[in-house]
Design a protein around this ligand. Structure first.
Ligand code: SAM
Length: 243
């Protein structure tokens, strides 16, 4: 691959992921909209709808850098609830913090620099954990999943939104065309950063498919795991519970 990705050490991978997001942090929103033709907003809305945050609940949005999910969930946990946005990258956290402050959301939201694979939170601290478009960049996704399980209360739920593998016949070849040709070009044109977007495309390819990821969640101890394919499986939302 472009980064010789398969051969890099774990610390290198962590650093690489940090660098990718540092270099795209400021153009991230524009790129998100362009990449997904604005559809990422719908995917996130669907996620929040299914997550059903309720007043008074304590929510963790992992890899929540942009603050998108936190902003959408915030009104639903009020009054009395709170949201912790955790991300490994301080530049992404800064983007989210500014975004929420712009919306007047300051109290009841906390921004924490943390690695999802080793969370600095006690057991059973949250009613709900969300994680959008972050797990495929992690070195050990299975560690992140068991951390999610650990910090959930009994009866708590985890919602994980991630690029997945197209399920509609014919969609795959269109999608290949888009992701291998158009997307890196857009990355170059808009973010002047073809490599980061090339990396994103490759990380999507390598990420486990819907069924495999469901099994990974079950191995981490999550129960009643369900998969919701969005946009023909280009994106999948997995939901599981701590029982
Ligand atoms: N959740 C946001 C959204 O959907 O708009 C941001 C998604 S962005 C594509 C991926 C985020 O995952 C980045 O902010 C990155 O810093 C974060 N990330 C990557 N590896 C991480 C890890 N091990 N722990 C916590 N965050 C991580």
């Amino acid at each position: 691959t472009h980064f010789g990705y398969q051969e890099v050490s774990e610390t290198d991978k962590e650093q690489l992921v940090k660098d990718v997001f540092t270099s795209v942090a400021h153009k991230y929103d524009l790129m998100n909209d362009l990449m997904s033709l604005g559809v990422h907003r719908l995917w996130k809305r669907f996620t929040v709808g299914l997550a059903r945050p309720r007043p008074g609940q304590r929510v963790l949005d992992l890899a929540g850098g942009t603050g998108d999910l936190a902003a959408a969930m915030y009104p639903r946990v009020q009054p009395g609830g709170s949201i912790v946005v955790a991300d490994i990258n301080p530049d992404m956290l800064a983007v989210g913090e500014t975004r929420l402050a712009d919306k007047g959301i300051i109290a009841g939201v906390e921004f924490v620099e943390a690695n999802a694979e080793a969370l600095p939170f006690p057991d059973r601290a949250f009613d709900l954990v969300t994680l959008a478009f972050g797990i495929r960049n992690m070195t050990h996704p299975e560690r992140a999943l068991s951390e999610i399980h650990r910090v959930l209360k009994t009866g708590g739920r985890a919602l994980i939104l991630e690029f997945s593998h197209p399920r509609w016949p014919g969609l795959q070849s269109l999608y290949d065309l888009y992701s291998f040709n158009l997307l890196p070009r857009l990355g170059e044109l808009i973010a002047k950063d073809r490599e980061s977007y090339q990396y994103l495309v490759e990380s999507i390819r390598r990420f486990p498919d819907q069924e495999t990821f469901k099994t990974m969640m079950e191995h981490a101890g999550l129960a009643r795991v369900e998969v919701f394919n969005l946009s023909g499986g280009i994106v999948a939302l997995h939901r599981g519970f701590r029982m």
